[in-house]
Design a binder for this molecule. Structure first.
Ligand SMILES: *Cc1c(COP(=O)(O)O)cnc(C)c1O
Length: 435
């Protein structure tokens, strides 16, 4: 670890929260170099929905590698790419009554968000984008401009423009319907907010604190986008690919976004792969107008194809995710009630947040959890929410073991803090809260 400090930039993050050297991993277990077995409830921040080194998916890429098939071909046509698009279209899209074209973007989520915003601006001839408080869309300039986090915004070192923030569902508490507010502002010729090229939204804010948008709220935002001639763009980078219990996180609200952004678990194996799903009528790109060296890496397309083929041909997998999500949720609610309900539980599917209300409680709980063998991270404006993102393929025994570790770590934290749990919530500060 000393070598790490000397060699790697100060910017490193997760190696600080989880101080160990991880050598191998399989499913939901990671092994450290010194022989510890650790349960993973972080899952590459949602990039490993099918677990580490999923052997069925791995078999497909091992075969592909062994055959000297094309790995990198810019965006030339390959059997791997055609097969991926065909499988995705028939298994995922057609089954859901959706029709999209594929745009292969650069490999990171941010590059795909950036492409979605550029395309929206090109389609509408407008510049402004509506995004939401506590939203997170990545680290490129256009994506940060649309992200709420002040720490990251400041980190960009330049002025960020082109986005207007609106309050997300629930931002002012349950009594205020923020969709009404958005509608009023955008319909008012004198509100001072320019008509947007796009409304960019997460159905559950992953980094922002597992904030869950209600079905009706999402439908309202979609219809507002339509009425002001803006594209409705869902950033499904973290909540897509099964995380909420359906392939797309917006299925429960029966939405058909103009653009869907997918990345993180799309490759099924932790390989970088990002795409936009775009409606045919918004596909106004001229050939080559948006480009990139690593678009649609073939190895990642092979694993993505395998993941869809293995898990999404019927409803069994999705139903399992919903069942496990219910189980985790009830367990977390029981834990919250043991502590006099000073904590809140939120989420959908297997994306769950345990809001400790107080940064220090969440921090100490996740630190103790790691000492006891559980990797789990925090999110939310003050990093006060413990975020449960187990692999969707996790077995019940490992899942329960992880939950036990969390429960113990929280109990020890609350006991040793001695303070009444219901402390006032900490104010936003400019200070980085993630150690
Ligand atoms: C992770 C994430 C991104 C950014 O993806 P990168 O691959 O880190 O660039 C964008 N939006 C959401 C919702 C994310 O969770």
């Amino acid at each position: 670890m000393q070598a790490l400090e000397a060699l790697e930039s100060n910017v490193r993050t997760y190696s600080r929260s989880f101080p160990a050297i991880f050598s191998r991993a399989r499913g939901s277990i990671m092994l450290t170099e010194d022989g510890r077995k650790v349960i993973d409830f972080l899952s590459g921040a949602g990039a490993l929905n099918y677990g580490h080194n999923n052997h069925e998916i791995k078999a497909a890429i091992v075969d592909y590698l062994a055959s000297d098939a094309v790995i990198h071909g810019l965006d030339m046509a390959t059997p791997a790419k055609l097969e991926f698009m065909e499988t995705f279209s028939s298994v995922i899209l057609r089954e859901r009554g959706l029709q999209y074209r594929f745009q292969f973007t650069g490999p990171t989520g941010a590059s795909a968000v950036e492409a979605a915003l550029n395309l929206s601006r090109k389609v509408t001839g407008r510049q402004n984008v509506i995004s939401f408080t506590r939203g997170y869309h990545g680290m490129s300039l256009g994506a940060i401009a649309a992200s709420g986090n002040r720490f990251y915004r400041t980190g960009s070192g330049t002025s960020l423009s082109g986005a207007t923030f609106m309050p997300y569902d629930g931002y002012f508490g349950p009594a205020v319907d923020t969709a009404d507010y958005v509608r009023n502002i955008l319909m008012d010729e004198n509100s001072g907010v320019d008509w947007p090229a796009a409304i960019l939204v997460e159905t559950v804010q992953g980094e922002g604190g597992i904030n869950v948008a209600d079905r009706q709220w999402l439908r309202s935002i979609h219809s507002i986008a339509k009425s002001v001639g803006a594209l409705f763009v869902v950033d499904d980078i973290q909540m897509g690919c099964g995380r909420t219990g359906d392939f797309f996180s917006f299925e429960f609200a029966a939405l058909s976004p103009d653009i869907v952004v997918l990345s993180k678990s799309l490759s099924g194996f932790g390989l970088p792969l990002s795409i936009l799903l775009i409606k045919e009528e918004v596909d106004v790109w001229r050939p080559g107008e948006h480009t990139g060296t690593f678009r649609g890496n073939n190895l990642a397309l092979v694993s993505a194809n395998a993941a869809i083929d293995i898990y999404w041909r019927d409803r069994v997998f999705a139903e399992g995710v919903q069942r496990m999500g219910g189980l985790v949720r009830r367990r977390l609610e029981a834990i919250a009630s043991e502590h006099g309900n000073s904590f809140a539980v939120r989420g959908r599917g297997l994306a769950l947040g345990f809001d400790c209300q107080v940064t220090e409680i969440a921090e100490s709980t996740t630190r103790k959890a790691f000492e006891k063998g559980l990797i789990i991270e925090r999110c939310g404006p003050n990093d006060q929410v413990v975020k449960f993102l187990p692999a969707l393929t996790i077995d019940l025994e490992t899942l329960n073991h992880g939950l036990e570790i969390f429960e113990e770590s929280l109990a020890e934290t609350v006991k040793s803090s001695g303070a009444p749990v219901a402390c006032p919530q900490r104010k936003d500060t400019d200070e980085p809260m993630t150690a």
